[in-house]
Design a protein around this ligand. Structure first.
Ligand code: F0G
Length: 434
């Protein structure tokens, strides 16, 4: 069977052509996903092929996404690919962070090593390729910052015009600066992420612009490569847990799909458990999953968190995320602003660093080990979704005791490291150093 799009709603499952411009099922409004016949794939052959490609200097093989393209064969013509050498992100051990998280050991997969500094690049290279394949000229997204930075880069690199919509005053300067530098037409809208997504969908329809939010199934396809590369780097040894922050819930959807497909092809022999961590002030998925996701999904009208990347009250991909959490026997946790801030400083103090949303992982792990959900001896991979330099303002305020939560209450600088102002005097400075 050729690659095609299928409605994710189990009661619908209608199929559509792979090159139809659709974001939701026209019949039931369900989410769409790309699907393939993997029948002919052989796991040992793939493992060897992918290893060999790492030694190949061709840009497509140097990409930590397209190297694994047999698991997302939606393109007929690979010349549509725009690659900036995305993926290829490291696995990093961090004993200090492990101890803080209540674990014997921890591994961070640091997606902040991507070309635009976040995991979005893995998916965006997929979405941008599909935009080019469809002959689109303009692409658009609403973003809490990282999607827009990534889309801007991939769009201009691929000769497309990027249009970016962001919540006014609610994204970090690092991310906004990237969009401007890459040359995206940037609109700051006086509304929150969820409201702007509705707006952009209307505009995309009206003006024939291709939408590159994570509702776009081809971004999800690219994002699967994060877990594929992770397993390749671990010589296909499955961890007990993969822990990641949750906002719009595209990433957990991609991880679950990628893992299920790797299992089906025989690349791995079991599924790890997925743990999604949300910020307490922006945790509709946590609330929804308290009873296993049996009730109605209730969105949050005024999500609040300093981890602006995950400040989302109405995550579009919740049906997929629920399915993947259920399938992997996963869990959903949430962390307070103080917990996220302190966990972030610990990750920084491990010589690694990340942006606030990424630190929700370690904050959540600390709670899950304390509650006995994650075992101390477990093999845990936590995904650091964004680079430490994405949000320097937050860092400076934390270390100098100026960080306040969205309600205005101070956040303690538990691991604060304020700079010391000194006179231009060697003796005095020597005295201070001790
Ligand atoms: N971490 C970072 C650094 C993010 O930028 C995001 C999402 C997430 C985690 C959550 O991932 O949405 O797949 O659950 N940022 C989006 C954006 C919404 O617009 O950049 P998710």
């Amino acid at each position: 069977m050729h690659p095609h799009l299928v409605c994710f709603n189990p009661e619908c499952r209608k199929t559509y052509g792979i090159s139809e411009v659709l974001y939701n099922c026209p019949s039931c409004q369900g989410l769409l996903e790309a699907t393939y016949d993997f029948g002919a794939l052989d796991a040992p052959t793939l493992k060897k092929l992918w290893r060999d490609r790492r030694m190949d200097n061709a840009p497509l093989e140097q990409s930590g996404v397209w190297r694994y393209r047999e698991l997302f064969p939606f393109l007929e013509d690979l010349s549509h690919v725009v690659t900036l050498r995305e993926g290829n992100t490291p696995l990093l051990g961090a004993p200090r962070a492990a101890e803080y998280g209540g674990l014997d050991r921890i591994t961070f997969k640091h997606q902040g090593f991507n070309p635009t500094g976040s995991f979005k690049d893995n998916g965006m290279t997929g979405g941008a390729a599909q935009a080019r394949r469809l002959g689109m000229k303009r692409v658009a997204c609403v973003s809490t910052g990282n999607t827009s930075a990534s889309m801007a880069a991939y769009a201009v690199a691929g000769g497309l015009d990027p249009l970016i919509f962001i919540p006014n005053g609610n994204i970090s300067y690092g991310k906004l600066a990237q969009a401007l530098e890459y040359g995206a037409k940037t609109f700051q809208v006086d509304a929150n992420f969820d409201q702007i997504l509705a707006l952009v969908r209307v505009l995309a329809e009206k003006l024939g612009i291709y939408l590159l939010n994570s509702i776009n199934p081809f971004r999800i396809e690219g994002q699967k490569s994060i877990v594929i590369e992770m397993m390749d780097q671990r010589d296909w040894k499955v961890p007990d847990w993969i822990v990641l922050p949750g906002g719009n819930l595209g990433n957990v959807s991609a991880f679950g799909k990628g893992l299920r497909e790797m299992l089906a092809v025989g690349l791995i022999d079991r599924l790890p458990r997925l743990a999604v961590v949300q910020a307490e002030g922006s945790s509709p998925f946590y609330e929804f999953m308290l009873d296993g996701g049996a009730g109605d999904f209730v969105s949050q009208t005024h999500p609040e968190t300093l981890a602006t990347a995950i400040k989302i009250g109405d995550p579009v991909s919740w049906p997929k995320a629920r399915f993947e959490i259920q399938t992997t026997n996963g869990v959903v946790e949430r962390a307070t602003e103080q917990e996220i801030a302190d966990a972030k400083a610990v990750i920084g103090h491990s010589g690694i660093g990340c942006e606030p949303a990424s630190a929700a992982t370690l904050a959540g792990i600390r709670k899950l080990t304390a509650a006995g959900v994650i075992d101390k001896a477990a093999d845990v991979v936590a995904i650091l979704t964004g680079n430490v330099l994405k949000d320097p303002d937050y860092i400076y305020k934390y270390h100098t005791g100026q960080l306040k939560d969205p309600g205005g209450a101070p956040i303690r600088s538990t691991f604060g490291n304020a700079p010391v102002v000194v006179p231009n005097d060697a003796d005095r400075i020597a005295e201070l150093i001790g």
